[in-house]
Design a protein around this ligand. Sequence first.
Ligand SMILES: Cc1ncc(COP(=O)(O)O)c(C=O)c1O
Length: 380
Amino acid sequence: MLKLVDLNKQYSLSNLIIKKNISKVLANQNFIMGKEVNILEKKLKSITKSKYCLTVSSGTDALLISLMAINLKPGDEVIVPSFTYVSPVEAIVRLGALPVFVDICNENGNIDTSLIEKEITKKTKAIIFVNLFGSICNITKLKKIKNKNKKIFFIEDAAQSFGAKFKNYNSCNTLDISCTSFFPTKNLGCYGDGGAIFTNLKHIYNSSKMIREHGQKIKYHHDIVGIGGRLDTIQASILLAKLKSFKSEIILRKSNFKYYNQLIDKQNLSLKINFKIGKIKFPAEGSPNYASYNIFVRPEVRKKLITFLKKNKIASTIYYPKIIPDHKPYKKYLKTKQKLRNSEFVSKRILSLPFGPYIKQKEISYVVNILGKFFRKISH
Ligand SMILES: Cc1ncc(COP(=O)(O)O)c(C=O)c1O
């Protein structure tokens, strides 16, 4: 089976250094907040040029800690895209605050910045913008909104965009706070759960640091409510090993992404054929990190295509099959008659194909040939 994300090749190339790094932690027995955590935070700061970095237990906890650090209270509102992974909405609701859904734009699947201001009220405490599939939101437009609404915290969900850029902005150093994930299949992934928070605001860094450690500055003196949100030293040591190939892997991703596009165009399976199949576009001013390769297919054929791919030993998945307000716990936050057209459109059509830095050209070519076979078959 051609996997959606195959981590074996990366492991076979880096296993010596990964094993060496893990062995060092085992020898030192510093499993919690060992020196590797500190070294990693310094490296992540220098990559993003962010003033502060705190590694944490997951991307979801990075969002939760950030919202706790801005003192999000029950009844406060947070603007979020309606098409995203669930974590940002989950974190808002866990703190008793209210998610306010905004549709995505049809350019790149990120929050439609032209719709944000209409949703700002006196209760708006934060805006979480999600950089889906490694493509950063339009930071210039978001900065303009920020300048008019200085008290609102702009939080970047960079779980999928670490290593990407928008103009001169590095992902994880864009507006007030940024959160990323080191989930194993992310561009920079560990071998378990992990994440990080970035900010240039000292007070946010200080409170996030306390929240990460059960609300304490001094051991067993809990001044605020926190969580157990630290990154394991073993995971930090794995990330340090993987950072060595991170930049070159983005270059490989880019060339594999382009190769997919070329072959899809060659097979004449492009967007112009009534959304039969189409590539997600990236904004011209952005430089994505090529986190995944997605196509659009008509809703009535998507299920058949997934079965056909599976029969031909190709894995695929849907990121994401439902918009957030269609999930049971989040339905009640949708305003009556609110239309989320682009979110609905994308969730019904999107399909993710096998991808990664080490996927072989012949594997990409096999996937595209099977796609061609499928679409020729259904058009007869
Ligand atoms: C957009 C987005 N936000 C948040 C998360 C949460 O990260 P984690 O799985 O590390 O909790 C993910 C992870 O898949 C994500 O894709």
